[in-house]
Ligand binder design. Sequence first.
Ligand code: FAD
Length: 569
Amino acid sequence: TSASTYDYIVVGGGTSGLVVANRLSELENINVLVIEAGGSVYDNVNVTNTGGYGNAFDTDIDWAYKTEDQEYGGGAPQTLRAGKALGGTSVINGMVYTRAQKSQIDAWETVGNKGWNWETLFPYYKKGEGFQVPSNYSWLEGSGVAYEPADHGYKGPLKVGWSSDQLNDGLAQKLNTTYQNMDAPIPYNKDANGGQMVGYTLYPKTVDSKLNIREDAARAYYYPYKSRNNLHVWLNANVNKLTWKSGDDVTADGVEVTLANGTTSTVKASREVILAAGSLKSPLLLELSGVGNPDVLSKYGIETKVNLPTVGENLQDQMNNGLAFDSKTKYTKAPDYVAYPSVGQVFSNATAVGKQLLANLPKYAAQVASANGNVTKSKDIERFFKIQWDLIFKAHIPVAEILLEPSGYTYDTEYWATVPFARGNVHISSADPTAAASIDPKYFMLDFDLQAQTQAARFIRELFQTEPFASMAGSETSPGLSSVAADADDEGWSSFIKNNYRSNFHPISTAAMMPKEVGGVVDTSLKVYGVSNVRVVDASVMPFQVCGHLQSTIYAVAERAADIIKAEN
Ligand code: FAD
């Protein structure tokens, strides 16, 4: 194909990329090209079916990235799923729509990102949201569905609401009573999307409530707008790397792309290239283009264009485990109950736990720094860890997410500690853009991460020993008391947890928005340090993990990014 020119090239037509492309193409004099490795999944039932979570896994729309063997986390590699389609990971995710605790977003500013805080991001959560008021909502009427009108946006493209699977028969109230009866009661939270997440709630999803199909980034931000003649999308096309203008300052003039038919060519961007390929791809595209750690690049014969050694570092994910119990009644629908306990509700000895963790932070920071060859500095990591400590022990953010999913004669639970301290990385392992990368989240590298994951399991056991749930449930089927005794210590839980966890699929921070001196890759306008016209807009830029699921925050950041870019033009 012959070279053509666009104002902006967006690499990756996923969750973030389509938001940015949509908003930029609101400007009629601007031409936007989105280049997406996958195809359209508009009619793919593995995508649209609201009850089909997992059906798309390991099909051709799942990248199914493999990690390195997890040295601290059971030894085996883990699978990190990500959507390969127009819409990106939003087409295969669990559709949960929960945001963050206010103080967590404020911490983005504390770490040095002036102007990035809850107050400035909250309007963007709402801007993207097209909240669908539930037709049969009343806490008292049995479904448990409730919401706070002021916490939602009603005019945005992304449909958020409840599917018909939600509507149920009073289980929500019984679970609420059970949470209230626990040793440290978990309060009812009518709406977790207003910045205060602690408590028990029923979350909304990215779902088209009327049609009862999945809502995703493509349905929200692309298909209704595809007739715009300045919005272009190439499908089944892989970007290999950025191409550079000759000259002194580092300026991208486009990308090299391989099309479905195997031909490789370059496409020009006259203004900017926006990397939105996801947290496990965008940093690799920087490395393949010569932006990164010279030690990594030189191994594969790539000339360093910008020495930015923290590209691909700071990777943060969570670990997901589950416990299962028999149910005495049969359930045919799968409502979405979640509890977000804070540290004092999970640890009866929270003060002592906090003290011990605080004492360990310097050691943890040194461990992380040494594991990445001191590319991120121990003193900086220690500061980030102290910010994270303050969030847990002073701001009392949720330390765990507890999901309860009744199905048939079973109560399944899934849970994760929300803010692990481990920091891993993702790097190229070849100059070939199609080669698998080296991905190492370093799950369970630091003791506290296992301690928190263990304590959350004990919390779930306590829940099922509390009335009225205690009488509604039968015995624990996984792990079961014969496998992990009722009074098991941390060691007793360790092998169950490490042999049965999976990635929680929330990898972030691999091109973190932070000041350059402390290891940031992008500045507060999401521009890559040392490059004049390349931004990263996707999960890579989030400096800290959030307690909600990622997508709402990713959509909000992308909405804000689009405004930042527009304001510069
Ligand atoms: P993506 O949406 O992944 O977009 C990246 C895009 O870039 C993809 O379309 C990809 O194909 C494309 N791409 C990659 N490389 C190239 C290349 N070289 N050239 C061209 N295109 C390229 N979050 C929630 O909020 N709620 C949930 O219930 C939830 N459940 C999840 C369940 C699973 C199984 C997974 C994997 C994630 C889940 N998440 C959930 C997380 C959330 O969906 C993701 O964090 C989010 O969608 C990521 O958005 P992104 O824009 O960073 O990347």
